[in-house]
Design a binder for this molecule. Sequence first.
Ligand code: ZN
Length: 425
Amino acid sequence: MMYHEISNQLIDFIKKSPSAFHAVRTMADILTAEGFIELKENKKWDVRQGGRYYVTRNDSSLIAFTVPKRNMKGMRIIASHSDSPSFKIKENPEMESDKHYIKLNVEKYGGMLCAPWFDRPLSVAGRLIIKDKETGGYRCVLADVDRDLVLIPNLAIHMNREVNDGYKYNAQKDMLPLYGDITAKGSFMKQVAASAGISEEEILGHDLFLYNRQEASIWGASHEFISCGRLDDLQCAFASLQGFLAGAKEDYMAVHCVLDNEEVGSGTKQGAASTFLYDTLTRVHDCLGCTREEYLIHLADSFMISADNAHAVHPNHTDKTDPSNRPYINEGIVIKFNANQKYCTDGVSAAMFRDICKTADVPVQTFINRSDMLGGSTLGNISNTKVALNTVDIGLPQLAMHSPYETAGVKDTAYLIKAAGEFFC
Ligand code: ZN
């Protein structure tokens, strides 16, 4: 069945992407195989009409785009994010515990649900920075230990009788993963280096994160649910990429944009608050010989879909969702609204997106926070402060957002691929 084929492709995509760096590498590999040309920010660009390109920043954000063969009408952009909440490995990570264990010192990255990180095999992935012997410059090598390596053990109920009445997790005390017995001392960075095919001495810098090892699953009465780590937001990144590759891309510059650091507010050199998207769009216009005014004319005729997963109604907590805007899993793409513009959807962009979905024959739903609850935010409105254009915030409905094992629907990925294909017309 089509839904399960797509779900299996999504699972494969996420499995290859245990960190934001890996997600960018996975997409770059797919784009290269499709014939896209990689551009480097520190080299001159040769961008032509009819060409297909991608560029990365910080190894963790990626923008792929196609240039129409003639008469560009504007730009069509889908933006999602490459990062997920996790625990980052600190410098000098090994800590001896009671002279018998080696555990790792970690810090929180983003706002995760802590409880589901306990008692499950975890591994470590990210990037290592080394000096390139030939060029003398710095080079990033990806590392993924890719086996059950560490685990954060719970404290037994006998030693914490009140735990089921609610527990406040202390990130410095409760969340440190166990790495080995005392004989493991001094071996952690060696193992990480070995996984990247280098020696520990070569490592000058690192950005390493924990990730959940539990295999993805398609489950439920009719196999309608998919559970996996990092669905937020790799489900949208995957669907956006598939739609981008499938779309005709005839009249508009099509842009598939996946940015890092959404989970920590986007305020980095490669995040949605950065100049990455602006620099890329204006540079393409410069390369094509367009004037500044032509860029602004194109921008005014452009549209962006900010795609970041949405909260489905929770079966045990149905009261947490707005009384009249109630998204359900497998019932379509969710348009997100917020009066205070945490989501940048407005009447105009909602209308445009509904129309795209209608043409694509894809169902849509709506999400708005209960008026007495604060909601999350995403990258659309942040990106709009650098590149201002009509933007809709959407997402695929999911449960347990920011757990290391999230749950979504097999049909919704297919809906977004279809809508994205229609959008990139
Ligand atoms: Zn997200």
